[in-house]
Design a protein around this ligand. Structure first.
Ligand code: WTA
Length: 652
């Protein structure tokens, strides 16, 4: 980690927010941020109670925060609310009734749809009735496996409306990955589409669902949106077309009054060991956290057109495509497809057409844009933009500067937002009207977030020293547990600093001399590939599941666009061919087992892996090989020095 620390600490450029932005911002002075922050930490019950009071509750809570039984938090206990009600019904008695809630653009050029709040409400009510007619009740688990179409938003809000727990599975995952997630949550229904468009091709989602459902006895029904008009198999009695069901459904469906702690969704994410973890979020706290961050981090205004480019299959899409912005009554732009289809200027075209004012994307996308060339953004008028955001991984200063100059025209503040699936909402971030930013730093904590950077004994480190990022107090939108795995929840996040009662984020961080927080990346075996979390273990187990493979070790390496690429070191069985054909077969195998995002960029065949005398794979050494750098540091624990020399000579 030390090389990384030196490079971040050498960054001296600072960018104060421009005056015009500050003037109109919801938080417009540093003193205001400081006093709100102070209150949020010293009197969280008062602070969060006031925030929750800005939202709709059928019944007010009895207690804001219950941390009597850590690490199991409860927020707004006794309160009754409904997040779909807050995202929809609440707006219908205001002028927002006829405001665009979702402006959608399909990938095929020319396809557009706009849903007003009134229309979105109607569709959600109807689909909630479809869910009920198929036997879905409050508390049931519903899997959603869809392309980025408005029906995805409708489906998730319909679940929230009746208290069903959605489990959205990113459309790039393969059948075995679906099976794991469906099993874990005992899902009763799957909502999908025949297919989706990606870079001009059709991704056949329903085929994947059919493959998965052969092994999913809990699933009783499957609702299918016709998106691409392709032929797909429909199993009698199990599969139903979305349009047919909607046609029959009533448009009246009151939002259920749910307990604040009623489960809202499960979202699977990778951890350092074993299978993906089902992160469980509940209603009231998540609602309050996503609402407040949308309001202050994006400084959202009534007339903004807001675009977060994340797929709803990831947490960013849950919190900042759907729940946060709709709760604030924003106009949300949603785009189905790839940024470079049909040309590399698609995003800039969209910004120009709809006059997007807030744009939130990932560093991996920014690096791809840089590579594709300045001529693409330059062709378009991007002057409608007033705020830019970044999320998913540390943004390298070079990409930050390009984003600032080329996209933001040097006038837009950039909010580099650090958070996680587990945290539910943004945790460390600039406040756009007041925080002077530094390229690559997520800067300071959001309200109610008390971070610290500590060593393994839990001692707080001085500025300039890197360590574990921990959060010292519970916050409303924190995960409540891992679905069906309370012990694992305790172990993964709370065991390391159990004495202090701190949340372990799994990232390394450092504060610079001015107190700015710089995130240094994961401290465990989790890779961050194009902003998506993958565990090395998952890829390894997919590889060893292939008949030709005996053992494998997977590490990350620095990748120009993806941030981190995947390198696999593979020991083949006797007599297996070490040629290109085998490497390609293994890549295809990983794609089939997990999905395209997990396909290794490098495959190294080897006869042995560098191990310690106790048999632990020395990943640090493999990372050096994958990165093409010389190994520094201690190798005394390496069992057989010739292994490393051999790995390197295989490279030539
Ligand atoms: C990384 C995505 C640096 C981090 C919202 C974290 C970041 C993991 C940033 C969570 C950022 C996310 N700067 N690193 N602004 N945002 N990360 O669960 O390693 O998909 O732990 O949530 O992404 O990824 P997840």
């Amino acid at each position: 980690m030390s090389g990384n620390i030196e490079s971040v600490l050498n960054e001296t450029r600072t960018f104060p927010p421009n005056e015009a932005f500050t003037k109109q911002a919801a938080i417009s002075s540093w003193a205001q941020y400081e006093s709100m922050y102070k209150e949020s930490i010293q009197d969280p019950e008062k602070f969060w109670g006031d925030v929750a009071g800005q939202l709709h509750w059928f019944k007010k809570w009895d207690r804001v925060r219950n941390w009597d039984n850590p690490p199991f938090a409860k927020w707004f206990e006794g309160g009754k609310t409904n997040l779909a009600y807050n995202c929809l019904d609440k707006h219908l008695n205001t002028w927002r009734r006829n405001k665009a809630a979702i402006i959608w653009e399909g990938e095929p050029v020319g396809e557009r749809r706009t849903l007003t709040y009134l229309e979105l409400h109607r569709q959600v009510c109807k689909f909630a009735n479809v869910l009920k007619s198929r036997g879905i009740q409050s508390g049931d688990s519903v899997a959603i496996y869809m392309p980025m179409v408005p029906e995805l938003t409708i489906a998730m809000l319909a679940c929230a409306r009746i208290g069903a727990v959605h489990s959205i599975i990113f459309g790039g995952f393969s059948a075995p990955a679906l099976v794991d997630r469906i099993h874990d949550a005992s899902t009763k229904m799957v909502i999908t589409a025949d297919g989706g468009y990606r870079r001009g091709a059709v991704v056949r989602l329903k085929d994947t669902v059919d493959e998965a459902l052969k092994n999913c006895p809990t699933v009783k029904s499957c609702v299918v949106v016709k998106r691409c008009n392709i032929d797909v198999g429909m199993t009698e009695g199990r599969d139903f077309w979305y349009a047919d069901q909607m046609h029959k459904a009533h448009a009246h469906c009151p939002a259920v009054e749910l307990d604040s702690e009623h489960p809202l969704f499960v979202l699977y994410t990778s951890g350092s060991t074993g299978k993906p973890k089902g992160i469980l979020h509940t209603t009231g706290g998540y609602m309050v956290g996503t609402y407040l961050t949308t309001k202050y981090v994006f400084d959202i205004k009534e007339d903004d057109t807001y675009w977060c480019t994340a797929d709803i299959g990831w947490v960013t899409g849950h919190s900042y495509v759907t729940y946060g912005p709709l709760n604030t009554g924003a106009t949300v732009l949603m785009y189905e497809g790839a940024p470079n289809f049909p040309e590399s200027d698609r995003f800039w075209k969209i910004i120009e057409r709809y006059k997007v004012s807030i744009f939130y994307t990932a560093p991996t996308a920014i690096r791809a844009f840089m590579k594709w060339g300045d001529e693409h953004p330059k062709k378009h008028d991007l002057s409608s933009l007033r705020l830019l955001g970044s999320v998913g991984e540390p943004i390298n200063p070079e990409a930050w500067m390009w984003y600032h100059e080329m996209i933001g025209g040097k006038r837009c503040p950039i909010v580099d937002t650090w958070w996680q699936t587990e945290t539910g909402s943004i945790m460390i971030t600039p406040i756009p009207g007041v925080t002077p930013t530094k390229p690559g730093s997520a800067t300071f904590p959001f309200f109610g977030v008390e971070p610290a950077i500590v060593n393994d004994k839990g001692e707080e480190l001085a500025n300039g020293q890197g360590g574990f990022l921990v959060i010292k107090q519970p916050w409303p939108s924190m995960l409540r547990t891992l679905f069906g795995a309370d012990d694992r929840y305790k172990e993964v996040y709370w065991e390391r600093f159990a004495k202090q009662g701190w949340y372990l984020a799994g990232d390394g961080a450092v504060r610079d001399k001015d107190g700015y927080i710089w995130i240094l990346g994961r401290i465990d075996d989790v890779l961050n590939v194009s902003g998506h979390r993958l565990s090395t273990m998952e890829v390894e187990s997919a590889l060893v599941a292939h008949a030709a493979v005996v053992e494998s070790a997977v590490v990350g390496f620095k990748h120009e666009v993806k941030g981190e690429g995947i390198a696999a070191f593979v020991i083949l069985g006797k007599g297996q061919d070490k040629g290109h054909g085998t490497a390609e077969a293994l890549k295809l195998h990983v794609r089939n087992m997990i999905g395209a995002i997990a396909v290794p960029d490098q495959i190294h065949f080897t006869d042995a892996l560098p191990k310690t005398r106790s048999g632990k794979i020395m990943r640090r050494l493999l990372r050096d090989v994958a990165n093409g750098v010389d190994t520094k540091g201690d190798m005394t624990t390496l069992e057989d020095l010739t292994v490393l020399a051999k790995l390197r000579s295989d490279e030539e």
